[in-house]
Design a protein around this ligand. Structure first.
Ligand code: PEP
Ligand code: MG
Length: 538
């Protein structure tokens, strides 16, 4: 036997037979690239429209076949997001064709390349990993433009373990319908859609295994341990027996976890903990019902800006926020104003004719205060949505009294301008060391606070939140970060200002338990993680 150790990104145990899939090598899409004349623009746009139609049709079909059992609704949501992306990308490709006078394949390749490059530079792992979806959608559209064949391995032999350099989200959905047992890849991360889907579909996955597509050959017998991140090649009989035992134990505990999902999150001493969702796209509101969550604790609105070549209008934003609020019924929707600046600049600001953007060194709320027009438009749209629903406003990277009070004044301005009565509850994210020193002033003004442990950890411990190999002590478990969290809980208790933790770690069952021990009563997390947190807390 031979043991490979990687990173576990989807839990569970599977025994099966390897099918090696290397899309880039085996099915690389060749496409023609050529200049076109002005008179050919219409024809190229027409070809793109056909590819868009076919992509939509394919995604709709896939969505229909995933709707049904609860576990597959995550797949359906990802496919729905891909349908939106097809539309957005096509609009940008058309502009590119007309502007650069090159054929549609070359334009699509360039647009995808630019979007991916911009996404890859982001610090925020959640947003950065969306680049996989963009490549996935781009590949689908290119396939329709070039007439290349569809995914080749369907149907799969029983108990297939797919071994790939990388698996894209829609491939994961397609393969899961074809009877996939486990995923083993060279590249992949915990917060990608592929990993999220694998978790919700119950498919164990291990990644970070360099050269695995050359080490494992088709037909090899494999044991995949998605708990420890291990893959055993050609196991002995005793290894198979030990593996089966671990699998049985795991199945028992996941059955108990699934049964808990419909129950309230109450600890054995009767303390109620609110579990909320972190989402980054409007269609993800569906997840709240599926995972029995109490509402949205963090809606990151950056996607609206980062994927758009124009400033999102007041009307467009109103519609998005209102639809989300409607889908949530009487559950709260906490909308965080755009957290841009630094590495995160929308295309319409990144490419100013006058050179580099003057506010690019600013981050979070201070960037918003410098980008007045963009900020005020978003505030008005949120205030408007808050007139008929439980919509709350959250500001990112607050550093103290000055920036927070200017944000509050901007909201008052939006209320006046709209001529409405209701100002939504206002929250401050505590995710900078400065905010810790200004806590008393912040909780005095805020209606609630939300601790962002992702940024708080990186800024307190001088670590890089995106680095996969960051040292073990550079995590929210560090005593300094725990003391900071406790300090926020204490300050809020004094002022009766509710505190939520919405960093990634709130979705880890052990850390969530520790947070509750520290006095936190609201946790906001990636929805698929809620089941294990609920189970642990109960
Ligand atoms: C955080 O920093 O913990 C947080 C929730 O915000 P984001 O991940 O969007 O920066
Ligand atoms: Mg943050």
């Amino acid at each position: 036997m031979h043991l490979l150790e990687g990173i576990a990104i989807s839990p569970g145990y599977a025994e099966g037979v390897a099918v090696v899939y290397n899309y880039e090598m085996d099915y690389r899409l060749e496409f023609p690239d050529r200049d076109i004349s002005f008179s050919e623009i219409g024809a190229e746009h027409g070809r793109l429209d056909d590819a868009v139609k076919q992509s939509h049709h394919e995604l709709q079909q896939a969505q229909q076949s995933t709707s049904g059992p609860t576990g597959h609704t995550d797949s359906s949501a990802v496919l729905a997001a891909h349908s939106h992306l097809v539309h957005d990308i096509a609009a940008q490709v058309k502009q590119y064709v007309s502007r650069e006078l090159v054929n549609v394949e070359q334009s699509l390749d360039s647009v995808i390349g630019e979007l991916v490059e911009r996404m890859c530079q982001l610090e925020n792992v959640y947003l950065r990993e969306r680049e996989q979806d963009i490549r996935d959608v781009g590949r689908r559209m290119m396939r329709h433009l070039t007439g290349a064949p569809r995914f080749p391995h369907v149907p799969l032999p029983g108990h297939t373990v797919i071994v790939a350099r990388e698996l894209l989200p829609s491939e994961t959905v397609e393969l899961s319908q074809a009877g996939l047992a486990a995923i083993v890849t060279e590249q992949g991360v915990k917060d990608s859609h592929t990993a999220i889907l694998a978790r919700s579909l119950g498919i164990p996955a291990v990644t970070g295994l360099l050269d695995v597509t050359s080490q494992i050959h088709a037909g090899m017998h494999l044991l995949v341990d998605g708990e420890a991140g291990k893959v055993t090649i050609a196991p002995s009989a005793s290894e198979v027996a030990a593996f089966s035992k671990s699998r049985e134990n795991y199945q028992r505990s996941t059955t108990a976890m699934a049964a808990d999902e419909i129950l309230p999150c109450i600890t054995q001493d009767g303390t109620e903990i609110s579990l909320l969702a972190n989402i980054g796209r409007p269609e993800e509101v569906e997840q709240i019902g599926i995972h029995n969550l109490l509402g949205v604790g963090l809606f990151r609105t950056e996607f609206l800006f980062l994927e758009s070549h124009e400033r999102p209008s007041f009307e467009a934003q109103c519609e998005i926020y209102a639809q989300m609020a409607k889908a949530l019924g009487d559950r709260p929707l906490v909308i965080r104003t755009f957290d841009l600046g630094g590495d995160k600049l929308p295309p319409f600001l990144a490419s100013l004719p006058s050179g580099p953007h003057p506010s690019r060194h600013l981050r979070g709320l201070r960037f918003s205060l410098a980008e007045r027009l963009l900020f005020e438009t978003q505030l008005r749209a949120i205030v408007q949505a808050a007139q008929a629903a439980d919509v709350r406003l959250l500001f990112p990277m607050v550093i103290g009294r000055d920036d927070f009070s200017r944000a509050v004044a901007a909201v008052d301005g939006a209320v006046d301008k709209l001529g409405v009565l209701r100002r939504p509850p206002l929250g401050a994210m505590v995710e900078t060391p400065a905010a810790l020193f200004a806590l008393d002033e912040i909780v005095e003004m805020a209606d609630f606070v939300s601790i962002g442990t992702n940024d708080l950890t990186q800024y307190m411990l001088a670590t890089d939140r995106g680095a996969a190999d960051s040292a073990d002590d550079c995590t929210p478990w560090h005593p300094a970060v725990l003391k900071a969290i406790k300090q926020v809980v204490n300050a809020d208790a004094d002022k009766n200002c509710p505190v939520c933790v919405c960093g990634e770690e709130a979705g880890e069952a052990e850390f969530a338990s520790l947070l509750v021990g520290l006095g936190v009563r609201e946790l906001s997390m990636t929805p698929v993680r809620a089941a294990s947190v609920r189970h642990a807390l109960r």
